[in-house]
Write a protein that binds this ligand. Structure first.
Ligand SMILES: Nc1nc2c(ncn2[C@@H]2O[C@H](COP(=O)(O)OP(=O)(O)OP(=O)(O)O)[C@@H](O)[C@H]2O)c(=O)[nH]1
Ligand SMILES: *[C@@H]1O[C@H](CO)[C@@H](O)[C@H](O)[C@H]1NC(C)=O
Ligand SMILES: *[C@@H]1O[C@H](CO)[C@@H](O)[C@H](O)[C@H]1NC(C)=O
Length: 379
């Protein structure tokens, strides 16, 4: 296990610099106090430190927030990926920088279950003048735990393969889902932040974003947000809802009285309707209290629970419904799912997408159920 950080304060407004120095120190102390193993790093960006962690300065300068009052959210991008994902990673980072972050300068955190190569780090760092850090995920946050009954897990994988469910037979995909569900925010590089904007390889951001969605989240007390809401493959979450009911029965006080149960269930909570949203922004809060419970169920391995249903369910039940936000103005494409704003938002954002191509109200989308929470009639 190891983690390494490359942080990038150089010069600029004294305050920003100071905050950054303090933050860097904080990271450094926090990280170097951990019992992590050595990670060989020979990148030209790296300066050896006294511990087994290497800290270095990224190229470029740290710039102030474009907010008139200089406000900035306590937030970062988080990008889980493999070395082989490099091309898609560069495309995503460039798209984000072009449409949003070249003005806002939020930091980037890249995480991997294997050490990032020097080539990877160098080429990614070139895409941005914001601070960039690369971290290694501790084994215990990634691999299938020993207590999982492998025979049962194998039967589960075989079952989903027989049903031809995507990633049905994949263990790494399950590791990824478990990590994304409840472990990513435990990484030392992410502990310093409250909000995360999750980015994946080969995604595209279609529209200019001229305001700060992180600040929007913070100022409006949002804790979860999305651009795409859809139905899950039923077979992958067979026992998920029973687990939810069990947890709720044991912890009724954690359920928010103003919850979004009607997004998840068409019958008041008896059955799960498979609706979930793919989280874009999130805070760790909704999932934290229930994480040990989910973990103990082993559903990530015995079935193929996705991180999106787990996050959506936690946010929908443990937070107020108005703490989940649909970013209608963020044009986004991930695989075959896309969201494109319409009308004035499309024009204002100079969006490079066709509003008619949006998945929003197609079959399999759950956006209408989300909007119904706020009184919009289901179409
Ligand atoms: N480091 C690492 N990252 C992974 C691994 N598997 C998946 N990821 C990352 O996890 C994210 C999602 O994985 P994908 O394989 O792209 O899954 P997808 O088809 O996009 O599926 P969804 O995101 O669930 O819709 C991407 O950011 C991947 O780069 C892995 O084994 N190791
Ligand atoms: C640093 O790494 C070396 C070699 O792997 C190891 O022997 C040593 O215990 C590590 N030190 C710390 C502080 O982790
Ligand atoms: C940002 O949020 C993290 C996690 O909640 C917290 O530990 C940290 O103190 C916050 N930082 C600032 C500058 O508010």
């Amino acid at each position: 296990m190891a983690a390494n950080a490359i942080m990038a304060p150089r010069r600029y407004i004294f305050l920003v610099l100071l905050v950054f120095v303090v933050l860097s120190l904080h990271f450094f102390l926090r990280v170097s106090n951990m019992d992590y193993g050595a990670l060989p790093l020979k990148s030209p960006f790296h300066v050896s430190s006294s511990s087994n962690l290497s800290i270095s300065s990224a190229i470029g300068q740290y710039k102030p927030s474009p907010d008139p009052d200089g406000r900035r959210a306590n937030a970062t991008f988080v990008f889980l990926c493999r070395n082989d994902d490099l091309d898609g990673v560069l495309a995503s980072v460039q798209s984000m920088e072009d449409r949003f972050n070249r003005k806002f300068h939020y930091p980037w955190v890249f995480l991997n279950d294997e050490p990032f190569t020097e080539d990877f780090q160098q080429r990614v760092t070139l895409m941005t003048d914001s601070p960039v850090s690369f971290g290694l995920i501790p084994q215990e946050h990634w691999v299938q735990p020993d207590w999982i009954d492998e025979n049962r897990a194998r039967r589960g994988r075989q079952h989903l393969m027989n049903q031809r469910i995507i990633y049905g037979g994949s263990v790494p995909y399950r590791n990824m889902c478990r990590f994304n569900s409840g472990f990513f925010f435990k990484h030392p590089l992410l502990q310093a932040y409250r909000y995360y904007w999750r980015v994946e390889p080969s995604v595209r951001f279609f529209c200019d974003l001229d305001y700060d969605p992180f600040l929007y989240m913070e100022e409006h007390d949002k804790i979860y947000s999305f651009t795409i809401a859809l139905e899950e493959h039923r077979e992958t979450v067979k026992t998920l809802w029973d687990s939810v009911k069990e947890f709720v029965a044991e912890n009724p006080h954690l359920v928010n009285p103003e919850n979004a149960m009607d997004f998840l269930s068409n019958d008041g909570g008896e059955q799960y309707n498979m609706c979930h949203s793919i989280w874009t922004f999130g805070a760790a809060k909704p999932i934290q209290n229930s994480l040990n419970f989910w973990t103990a169920k082993g559903g990530w391995y015995y079935e193929r629970w996705g991180d999106a249903p787990v996050h959506s369910i936690a946010a929908s039940l443990f937070a107020r419904k108005d703490q989940t936000h649909f970013f209608r103005d963020i044009g986004y494409k991930h695989d075959r799912f896309g969201h494109c704003p319409g009308g004035a938002q499309w024009t204002a954002g100079r969006c490079a997408c066709n509003p008619n191509d949006a998945f929003d109200y197609s079959a399999g989308s759950c956006l209408n159920r989300f909007e119904a929470l706020f009184g919009v009639p289901i179409q």
